[in-house]
Write a protein that binds this ligand. Structure first.
Ligand code: PMP
Length: 363
């Protein structure tokens, strides 16, 4: 505990202390099991109980309707960039529509075009600091699905509400804002998130898919890449990422029991983000926010300083206060403060105070 930094990493990222403490307590011996979760068979009753518990807690948090399946997969979100078009676009009558609001949507689109026809419904190029107005979305006829990234982790651009979709199912990459706020699962055909930002460690990806969409999967797909197999085997088609699933369960329990569920964590997240955006708005010449105010992310606060010297001095000063991992993604530079669910408010107020002091010193 003593030397813990305030960790603003974009992922893998900070986890809740009570979750880490519980992992530590249970690492030699799960209660009543006599071994750790790392050592037991995925087919054993204790692990089956963990898998069931993780699914039930996610269902409870998100009020997932019964006609949706919850899958725990591997391969990160990147594999979903391919699995989604492989399962939902192959053999479809129309193209898939992609809304591009930043780097991860672009990368998902690059994979989708390998699988079938894709239409770009909107592209936020070249600055990727905004979201489409509803009347600017150009959907295709008989679209197979509409794809969007609810939070662009690198640009710090987040949809406050899902975009208007046509009649096609909405597919959402929620990797960096999963469980940060309530959402209406019934609005979506498929939602997915790698766990390593807001829900657990790397190695497990949660996919929530409406049951009828499973019928689209081509039986000739490689077995692992076919959603139907994972649904039929309850995420036990092959050895699932057992440790990751266990941690996702603990994080879900922490949200339910300690944070007031998703409405409670949303309030905290809004408060934390506002603390930083207020400083950005107070010193707009020093802290140049990337995202337009209407689409600022609750999870990844992105801004630049006017030149490299100031940026370096800012990062150095921050580090001296235990504020770390604030450097923006290598592709865009600048500063990025990732303030996921588990970032304590003290971490954000310490950063806020430092930003104010740095501004006073620089003026
Ligand atoms: N989508 C988003 C929004 C992300 O932030 C990331 C990871 N930073 C990915 C996809 C890719 O995730 P992974 O590394 O698990 O493949």
């Amino acid at each position: 505990m003593l030397d813990r930094i305030y960790n603003f990493s974009s992922g893998p990222a900070v986890l809740p202390i009570p979750v880490l403490e519980r992992i530590q307590r249970e690492l030699l011996c799960l209660p009543g099991v006599g071994a750790s979760v790392l050592e037991i068979s995925h087919r054993s009753p204790p692990f089956e109980a963990i898998l069931h518990s993780a699914e039930q807690h996610l269902r409870q948090l998100l009020t997932i309707p019964s006609n949706y399946r919850v899958l725990f997969l591997q391969g990160g979100s990147r594999l979903q960039f391919s699995m989604i078009p492989m399962n939902l676009l192959r053999g479809a009558t129309g193209p898939a529509d992609y809304i591009l609001t930043g780097t991860w949507g672009i990368k998902a689109h690059e994979e989708a075009v390998k699988e079938g026809p894709v239409n770009i419904a909107w592209d936020g190029k070249t600055s990727y600091n905004s979201l489409p107005q509803p009347d600017k979305l150009q959907y295709s006829n008989q679209s197979a699905y509409t794809y969007f990234t609810s939070n662009e982790t690198i640009q710090g651009v987040q949809f406050p509400h899902p975009p208007r979709s046509g009649s096609a199912p909405l597919v959402c990459d929620a990797s960096s804002d999963f469980l940060c706020r309530p959402l209406n699962v019934a609005d979506y055909g498929l939602i997915y998130a790698c766990a390593q930002k807001n829900a657990g460690p790397s190695g497990v990806t949660v996919v929530i898919i409406r049951e009828d969409l499973l019928e689209r999967s081509d039986p000739n797909l490689p077995g692992y890449l076919n959603y139907q197999n994972h649904a039929a085997e309850n995420s036990m088609y092959n050895t699932p990422p057992t440790f990751g699933i266990y941690v996702v369960d603990l994080v879900a329990q922490w949200l339910l029991n300690d944070m007031g569920g998703l409405p409670g964590i949303l309030k905290k997240n809004q408060h934390k983000a506002q603390l930083l955006y207020d400083v950005i708005d107070t010193y707009p010449h020093l802290y140049q926010g990337h995202a337009e105010p209407a689409c600022r992310s609750l999870m990844n606060v992105t801004f630049r300083l006017p030149n490299d010297e100031l940026q370096t001095a800012f990062l150095q000063g921050a580090k001296q206060r235990g504020l770390q991992e604030l450097k923006g993604h290598r592709s865009v530079g600048g500063i990025r403060a990732s303030i996921y669910n588990a970032m304590p408010v003290e971490g954000v107020t310490t950063l806020r105070d430092f930003m104010q002091e740095f501004a006073a010193r620089t003026a």
